[in-house]
Design a protein around this ligand. Structure first.
Ligand code: UDP
Ligand code: MG
Length: 321
């Protein structure tokens, strides 16, 4: 049980990128849910470099509603970076990252809060069905979790997105993580703490379009894998050993054969196969090393995860710039 002598302050963290149509229904729905629960809350909208009217609209809403804070990033940094910005600036006792498209049902927040009051530090939404997703997306998601959890020491709960509630002490830990590769799903799993999942079915996006192309999803999965496991690097040690052993055995066989039967010229096919096979394996392993080296380079530059242009409250700039 929590011993807070007041209503907890809830920080609703919403990364938005070109979402001008989704804002109004979102704010309305969430506010209705939270006011029914007599909650004390703040909205932290992180404008991730939108090029439409998202920012002006947000400023307009924040003029009318003191709950609404707006963090304007200097360009598009991607959802995970935007989420990090929101977590860094949130003042709440509990933090709730949520998508603006109402695919994360706001009614669930009430249940999340109940669990939190019971002492859970992290309560995450568990998608019970992926009916709204295409077959391709569903299959690739399944495979991703399978492969990831096989490779990585940190296990990702399957079908869990960013929609969740966590305590401020979890936020403290996340704020201290310096990594630039913000694979938030992995980070949320890495921090640990007493956690529980709440199942829900995920509806279709209310308005606007998804920002995820197949290519973006692939890169996202790659970031996750490489950020949380070194197995793809280590696997080459073993594969290399096996291939060398096979090559050695085959070499002995050829030498033996030559000694017994004499020299014969044909062998072009086997030679070519071996060269191509080994060449392919070497290129692939170099590529994988490259994935890690590239990320080492990015981490070593120590660039900030995001750049804030301005922070606004009540429609007025209050923060840097
Ligand atoms: N988003 C963002 N920056 C981006 C892409 C997306 O802040 O570069 C936000 C977007 O506005 C939305 C949330 O991240 O609030 C989830 O995006 P989307 O609905 O496109 O993803 P999906 O639900 O399809 O996973
Ligand atoms: Mg969505």
């Amino acid at each position: 049980m929590r011993d807070l002598d007041r209503q907890p302050l809830i920080s609703i963290i919403v990364p938005v990128f070109n979402e001008e149509q989704s804002l109004a229904p979102f704010i309305e729905t969430i506010t209705r849910v939270l006011e029914r629960d007599h909650a004390d809350f703040e909205f932290l909208f992180v404008d991730d470099g939108s090029t439409d009217n998202t920012l002006p609209n947000l400023l307009e809403y924040s003029r009318q509603d003191a709950h609404i804070k707006v963090i304007g990033l200097s360009r598009n940094f991607g959802k995970d970076a935007a989420l990090s910005a929101g977590i860094d600036l949130a003042l709440g006792d509990v933090l709730i990252p949520i998508d603006v498209d109402l695919q994360d049902p706001p009614e669930l927040i009430v249940q999340f809060l109940d669990y939190w009051r019971q002492g859970y530090d992290m309560v995450y939404g568990l998608r019970s069905g992926r009916d709204a997703d295409s077959i391709g997306k569903r299959l690739s998601a399944r495979w991703f979790y399978k492969v990831f959890n096989h490779f990585s020491a940190v296990k990702l709960p399957e079908n869990v997105g960013d929609f969740r509630l966590f305590d401020r002490k979890v936020a403290e830990v996340i704020r201290q993580l310096p990594e630039r590769n913000r694979f938030m799903k992995g980070i949320f799993a890495w921090v640990g703490f007493k956690s529980i999942g709440v199942p829900y079915s995920r509806p279709e996006r209310a308005r606007g379009n998804t920002k995820w192309s197949l290519w973006k999803l692939w890169n996202f999965a790659l970031d996750g894998m490489v950020g949380f496991s070194t197995l793809p690097l280590r696997v080459w040690t073993y594969l290399g050993s096996i291939v060398s052993l096979l090559a050695f055995t085959y070499g002995m066989f050829i030498i033996g054969k030559t000694l017994v039967l004499g020299r014969d010229m044909p062998g072009y096919a086997s030679l070519m196969t071996a060269i191509l096979f080994l060449g392919g394996i070497q290129l692939m392993s170099i590529g994988i090393i490259g994935e890690y080296v590239g990320r080492l380079m990015i981490e070593s530059k120590q660039r900030p995860i995001y750049v804030i242009d301005r922070v606004y409250q009540s429609g007025q700039a209050v923060g840097p710039g």
